[in-house]
Design a protein around this ligand. Sequence first.
Ligand SMILES: Cc1cc2nc3c(=O)[nH]c(=O)nc-3n(C[C@H](O)[C@H](O)[C@H](O)COP(=O)(O)OP(=O)(O)OC[C@H]3O[C@@H](n4cnc5c(N)ncnc54)[C@H](O)[C@@H]3O)c2cc1C
Length: 379
Amino acid sequence: MNKKIAVIGGGIVGATASYYLARSGQSVSVFDSGTGQATAAAAGIICPWLSRRRNKKWYRLVSEGAAFYDKLLADLASDGFKTDAYARCGALILGQTPDYLQEVHDRALERREQAPLIGDVAILKGSELKQAFPPLTNAEQALYVGGGARVDGRELTKTLLQAASHFGATIHNETISLAKDNDGNLSVLTPDGPPQRLDAVILAAGAWLPQLLQPLGYTVDVRGQKGQLVVLHQDEDSDPQTYPVIMPQGEIDLLPFGNGKTAIGASHENDKGYDLEPDASVTDPMLEQACTWLPHLKETAAADIRVGTRAYTSDFSPCFGGVPGLQNCFAASGLGSSGLTSGPLIGYLLAELAQGKESSLPIEDYPAAAYIKLTARQN
Ligand SMILES: Cc1cc2nc3c(=O)[nH]c(=O)nc-3n(C[C@H](O)[C@H](O)[C@H](O)COP(=O)(O)OP(=O)(O)OC[C@H]3O[C@@H](n4cnc5c(N)ncnc54)[C@H](O)[C@@H]3O)c2cc1C
């Protein structure tokens, strides 16, 4: 039977959940306040296999998340929604020492046995490197990983929400609050309309999950982190679509999107939390550093600064699943700096859970209840 489901948050998690729910014939309402969204600020790299992080549950989530893009794009295309927001363009990893590149090379080969999507792996030098990325300077060698991809979060969620609307979802640019009755059933409160009773609710509110659940007596172990990204616009002919993304050692990555668009990001500003002001004292040095590898960017006339808020739990682990004490309410948060990689898969799994289906990943490995605690009576 058709279920009435509300999705709070229209970032990558909420937009993917909404698309799959609406596609399955559910009656979906999406609410998004449009403020600070991490997804809209992020132009990101999908290349999780090279991480030194030793958390196996996290690695499984991001590795399967990267692979899930094939299904997502195929489903969108079969529904008539093609997008160039995502491209598997390969990644070039730059290292200060040959030893570092060799170490990452060996890790990539080892992990490729479980993750064939990693694709070609090779250390490129001289003319091979020049051919892979002609404008690249100041790099004698680089590790090429064929499965690396890039995605524009803003463009992808736009397509996902268009597809969700096509299947009947309604999209509301509103900030909502929640109310619950004594049985733990949730209602959505919009600024104007009457309370809406629902069969299920998905909370995909990113870094704002604590604020959303606090009035119901919950304490949520999630904090916000400011992220800034610079998007440069050059002559349309200056960059072909096919250049790989560049991942130097350190904080910034360089993402050529083709049509003259290059993204440089991103900052990780813990002390700035939910602040959304562009700050040149942070972005100018990022730009300067990017020009050491791509000097042609110096001539760029126009630049946009995108600012968004990432969500982190105290142990940096993402979480998703049922919210303790609430009926048919499912949440995700804490996706951190790999949320464009894991977010579509998590959104898909939340849609499955809201329809009473099993999750294909063990949700006990990412328990929402460990971070969302009922600590007070409802106001
Ligand atoms: C600059 C930057 C660069 C990044 N680069 C990468 C990268 O290279 N690779 C990668 O994998 N990840 C990257 N990330 C991380 C990734 O973007 C995030 O982890 C991911 O987008 C989080 O998605 P989300 O749907 O959980 O949250 P969000 O995208 O933040 O969406 C949550 C939405 O909920 C809305 N909301 C909250 N409360 C309410 C309410 N009460 N009512 C209505 N709406 C509400 C918010 O306004 C927001 O729009 C980057 C992030 C940033 C900021």
